[in-house]
Write a protein of this length. Structure first.
Length: 240
């Protein structure tokens, strides 16, 4: 076996072990990748694939008319004629919704990861500060629960009969879905849709990693990890 083949196999095993560790032993993972190989390209690839599968499968099964009505619902105080024209335009683009929605979701993920990376880098007051690239890879690892979220959604997709599948199941792990908040209560429903239980997992991973990477206390690491999500929730409330 060539040395290059051994290196590729070793790299694959190292990444596989790291993926296992992020779910069962995150402290071990973040300690190991603090200065060593962090598998940034690999974790980026698997997260991109997860986002693609999640949203493309969703847009492949939902009713295009539901998408049109949802887009129209966000536009208020339009004359009937203009509303009908907009509906016609939205329907003409409905067949591309899968690709467009998937692309936008992946773009949002990249913006979120970039923003969090800058924030973590700014909050890093340790003696050996990490570069943006290191924090970017760190943040990618904290987003890996999306892999579990995607797998669970695929299971629902293949087990729930097509006639019973509801578009809002894309948010199956949100507070609105878990506690059956009715859509007739728009304020609570919108707020509940923005709160996802997987955020707790993201925060936990970020807390563990920040504590190790910045050599700070668990309390301060938790505060750093929680703050962006609190600001997101506050912004969501103010926008409703």
């Amino acid at each position: 076996m060539h040395a290059s083949d051994l290196k590729i196999r070793s790299g694959a095993m190292g990444f596989f072990n790291s993926v296992c560790d992020v779910f069962v032993a995150p402290g071990s993972l973040f300690s190991r990748i603090r200065y060593g190989e962090a598998w940034g390209v690999w974790v980026f690839a698997i997260l991109t694939l997860a986002i693609f599968v999640l949203y493309y499968s969703f847009y492949s099964v939902i009713d295009s008319e539901w998408l049109v009505q949802k887009q129209l619902a966000g536009i208020q105080d339009l004359p009937t004629s203009q509303r009908e024209e907009l509906a016609r335009i939205f329907r003409s683009f409905a067949e591309y919704a899968g690709w467009l929605g998937t692309f936008l979701s992946m773009l949002v993920m990249m913006l979120v990861v970039s923003g969090l990376s800058c924030y973590y880098m700014f909050m890093d007051q340790s003696e050996q500060k990490k570069t943006f690239e290191r924090w970017f890879t760190f943040t990618l690892w904290t987003q890996t629960p999306v892999i579990v979220s995607t797998l669970m959604f695929i299971v629902m997709l293949v087990t729930i009969p097509a006639q019973d599948f509801r578009p809002d199941l894309i948010n199956y792990s949100s507070v609105s879905q878990l506690f059956s908040i009715p859509a007739e209560q728009p304020l609570l429903y919108a707020l509940g849709n923005s709160l996802d239980i997987f955020y707790l997992w993201n925060i936990f991973l970020a807390t563990v990693g920040i504590k190790i990477w910045t050599e700070t206390t668990f309390t301060k690491a938790t505060l750093i990890a929680v703050t962006p999500y609190v600001l997101y929730i506050v912004a969501k409330i103010l926008s409703i």
